[in-house]
Design a protein around this ligand. Structure first.
Ligand code: 2HG
Ligand code: ZN
Length: 451
């Protein structure tokens, strides 16, 4: 081992500095298998003090660091470009008692979302963010990427849940604001600056989150509609008529065929439809009547199936939540996560297939996503050798509709080259000045966000 590895082993213990290629391998490739890079070593610190010492040692040696949480990210931000120390935060699993008076909790960066949900729920509280990767995605990673998921329509993204943060800066300094004051106007908000910074400004070690009341009664409808425009009519009706609205998700006929084949799921309706919306209501008492009333009055509804028991709800959600794994089982997709103003959504979905076919004629686009935010997950199968062209075509189409090239997954390595489609030159210049101020040597997650 070299001097740096020896030093890191002194900090975290030899068994937590991985240099063996077989042991490093699971950390070096992302979930999609699209991004991989060789790490110089993988370091697994156990607490904030160890993270600070690891970062300080790397800074002194001038060696760059890639920060990784649950490795469920989809834009390559958590895997090395090559030669970095891979700092894995999975052992930062401290969890403080739920503060039921403040309705907040403090969790280590490596706590999974599912673990945090299990921690909060017995106290009648819940985490405002939820997503399909809950069993592996970690709180630190969710904050670093400002993750969204299926509850944004009700509670907002990860940054809206944040009341405080503890982080290690690029020189090893620890900054900590974990009191979680509901009001605190004392200058620059470092907590919010780090949300969505994708490991480029600091290493998040702990977060303090606002919790929401646990709503145990759920009603879910899978609704068949004639297309995206009709799905939006249903969204408008749900927003106006359902104070209990907790999720509004979209998928299309092609996606349903794929998930049904993959999971051997029964057809939800006697005949196929162009598009489907999952509408979930959550409340203290059964919201089924409220949901049925809105569905009954909405002309866009062609057919619907409703469940309020745990098994029935899970069955309906499976049509939407298994999209990612069904797509992954069919191949390595070009994964694009975009959003547009809701009035542009139907046009975008209509124009996407032709835009993709123009650069990759045999590609298969699968489109699904979070209807409430106009957030589409455009997964393009059979286009691996045309990834650049497909990415360029889709992101330009989105930018032309005043959309965002990354709605909730972040920019990572995957889209750094296209940041200029969503951010102006002066904004990017300001971001670069912030990066230079906090990480002058460019050691934290090089190549991520700003290429
Ligand atoms: C989801 O909404 C995730 O299920 C993953 O953001 C999206 O696989 C994807 O493209
Ligand atoms: Zn999503």
């Amino acid at each position: 081992m070299s001097d740096l590895e020896d030093r890191l082993a002194e900090v975290v213990g030899e068994q937590h500095v991985l240099t063996d290629p077989d042991l490093k391998a699971p950390y070096e490739t992302d979930w999609t298998r699209r991004f991989s890079g060789v790490a110089r070593c993988v370091v697994r610190p156990a607490d904030t003090g160890q993270v600070a010492a690891v970062v300080a040692a790397c800074a002194e040696a001038g060696v760059p660091i890639t920060v990784q949480g649950g490795n469920t990210g989809l834009v390559g931000a958590g895997v090395p470009a090559g030669g970095e120390v891979l700092l894995s935060l999975g052992r930062l699993t401290s969890l403080e008692p739920v503060d039921t008076l403040e309705a907040q909790v403090t969790a280590g960066a490596g706590v999974t979302l599912e673990r945090l949900q299990q921690h909060a729920r017995p106290h009648g509280q819940d985490v405002g963010v939820d997503l399909a990767a809950r069993s592996a995605a970690t709180i630190g990673g969710l904050v670093a990427t400002n993750a969204g998921g299926i509850r944004v329509v009700r509670y907002g993204s990860m940054r809206e849940q944040l009341t405080g943060i503890e982080a290690v800066l690029a020189d090893g300094t620890v900054v900590s604001r974990l009191v979680g004051l509901a009001k605190d106007n004392t200058g620059y908000d470092l907590t919010q600056l780090l949300a969505g910074s994708e490991g480029t400004l600091a290493v998040i070690t702990k977060v303090r989150l606002r919790l929401v009341p646990l709503l145990p009664a759920r009603a879910v409808a899978l609704v068949a509609v004639g297309g995206v425009a009709e799905a939006l009519d249903l969204l408008a009706a749900a927003r106006a008529g359902l104070p209990s609205l907790a999720a509004a998700e979209l998928f299309l006929a092609e996606g349903l065929d794929l998930v049904r084949g993959h999971g051997r799921l029964a057809a939800p309706f006697a005949e196929p439809y162009p598009a489907y919306v999952v509408v979930e209501c959550a409340a203290r008492t059964d919201p089924t009547d409220e949901l049925l009333e809105v569905l009954g009055e909405c002309e866009a509804v062609l057919d619907a199936t409703v469940a309020s028991d745990v098994t029935g709800v899970a069955k309906l959600w499976a049509y939407r939540e298994t999209h990612t794994e069904a797509i992954s089982a069919a191949g390595v997709p070009v994964k694009l996560d975009v959003s547009v103003p809701l009035r542009e959504l139907a046009g975008l979905v209509a124009e996407l297939p032709a835009a993709v076919a123009a650069v990759a004629p045999s590609a298969r686009p699968i489109i699904f996503g979070h209807l409430g935010e106009g957030n589409l997950h455009v997964n393009v199968l059979d286009a691996q050798d045309r990834a650049e062209e497909v990415t360029d075509a889709v992101l330009r189409l989105v930018a032309g509709k005043r959309g965002s090239i990354s709605s909730e997954h972040g920019v990572g390595r995957a889209k750094a080259h296209w940041l200029g489609l969503s951010r102006s030159p002066s904004e990017i210049a300001a971001m670069r000045r912030i990066k230079a101020a906090l990480d002058p040597a460019g050691l934290l997650s090089p190549g991520v966000l700003l290429d």
